[in-house]
Design a binder for this molecule. Structure first.
Ligand SMILES: [Zn+2]
Length: 259
């Protein structure tokens, strides 16, 4: 039930929702209510403490929550106003590996809202929602409070190439030609069409679901002050920090072509 802990803070809302979707009305959001919500709305995310439909084919999986870590601490704080932007990272070797890293953060401030990647046990691409967007996650420093964090769970470094190609057979090793000093000439793992397409579709759907579709997407590699970055609906971590290079080599395939 940890995955429903934030939505359960508003009993009146949960009661209203249960009435709306035809679930038994007890003011407690549990697996039964979640099933009824999905039957009623289709695919949903948890956005600002409420369920919001999302137009995406693969069910957003709530089974990897980060509301309370294994050591009893938490890696989030309450958001005061709606997020302005979506910030894209890479993280972990695959989706469950990334989740385990966040879940065992042991005092480090690292977390994210959505993890996209290959589930090696179920052998399929998946989307995990680890935190309600109404909570600020720790993924981009001063930009955290403005943004929703997304982790594309594939490692860019050739050090992990052997493992990576098991999970992402359409990935490839390439020398990056993008004229940015953070990546130019670096040998990297390039994201393949299937996984990139999956991520692109989700990012496009999320941008609409959280009502950011009227704001432009950042399609350059400039580093912006957080207030300026917040003018974009989607940015990469490389737009926030000069030290970060996620996700320069993949950004075009991940989100530059979203309308
Ligand atoms: Zn990052």
């Amino acid at each position: 039930m940890e995955q429903f802990s934030h939505i359960n803070k508003n009993k009146d809302y949960v009661r209203e929702l249960q009435e709306e979707v035809g679930a038994s009305v007890d003011g407690i959001y549990g697996p039964g209510t979640h099933r009824a919500v999905r039957d009623h709305y289709g695919n949903v995310i948890f956005h600002m403490g409420k369920v919001v439909p999302i137009d995406f084919d693969v069910e957003v999986d709530m089974s990897a929550p980060l509301y309370e870590l294994d050591d009893g601490t938490k890696n989030w704080y309450l958001r005061k106003k709606d997020p302005d932007s979506i910030c894209v990272h890479w993280g972990g070797l695959n989706s469950r590996h990334c989740y385990n890293v966040f879940n065992m953060a042991r005092g480090r401030h690292v977390s994210s809202h959505f993890l996209l990647g290959y589930n090696h046990k179920q052998q399929k691409l998946e989307v995990l929602q680890c935190l309600d967007t109404g909570l600020v996650a720790y993924h981009a420093g001063k930009f955290n409070k403005y943004s929703i964090g997304i982790d594309v769970c594939m490692h860019p470094d050739q050090k992990y190439w052997e493992k990576t190609q098991n999970w992402y057979p359409d990935a490839s090793l390439q020398v990056c030609k993008i004229p940015d000093s953070r990546v130019k000439g670096r040998k990297i793992v390039m994201i393949g069409d299937e996984f990139a397409g999956f991520c692109e579709e989700f990012l496009s759907a999320l941008r609409k679901a959280v009502d950011l579709q009227d704001k432009p997407i950042c399609r350059d590699n400039e580093v912006y002050a957080v207030k300026d970055a917040a003018q974009f609906s989607i940015v990469g971590h490389h737009n926030i920090s000069a030290k970060k290079w996620d996700v320069i080599p993949w950004a075009e395939k991940l989100y530059h072509n979203i309308d």
